[in-house]
Design a protein around this ligand. Sequence first.
Ligand code: SF4
Length: 218
Amino acid sequence: MKFGADALMLIYDRLLERYGAQHWWPAETPFEVMVGAVLTQNTAWSNVEKAIANLKAMDGGLGLESLLAVPEERLAAAIRPAGYFNIKAQRLLSLCRFLHRHQGLERLETERLRAALLSVHGVGPETADDILLYAFDRPVFVIDAYTRRLFSRLGLVDGKRGYESFRGGFEAALESDSALFNEYHALIVVHAKAHCRTRPVCGECPLRDRCPYPGSAQ
Ligand code: SF4
């Protein structure tokens, strides 16, 4: 799959002009980014915020050692607002044990680090790429449901394309710049919530003149 760099940067510029810089990820530490990346699977961010607030309120706060010391049932109760809390507690603990076992991950080159993250129970491509981009500052493009929806509506990609094909298309077209990828993904999410929703609100969309999606011109 090939994207045109000019088309991608025009979209980026329009979104940046409309919404301003987002300065993601909303977290205080890289570890909090990783926890949030697991908790946000299949749920809205507002639910993740409640779960993270609960984790911060626990004895020892939100840190690798403190989470490892918490019984799984207590961890599951704390993250209940994020949904699928028993599964996510197992996934969080798997990630924590992995981070505890593997010191110096930041020294791995990106593809090796990605492969290592993908070996962790419950970490799929999107979660791994959230962690790579927002916790390790690596230039990987995160493909989530918002990205698929927006770019398929814009006619630039088949929304059913495989994750790696989608990601590779972005990364091949754009300058390999983690700051750009960070901001671009954040802007896509903001735009998908403001306008390009499940039922799109196209009237004031900054991409309307570029969009062939049925109904966008009305
Ligand atoms: S015009 Fe509508 S469908 Fe197209 S990108 Fe904007 S909100 Fe989405």
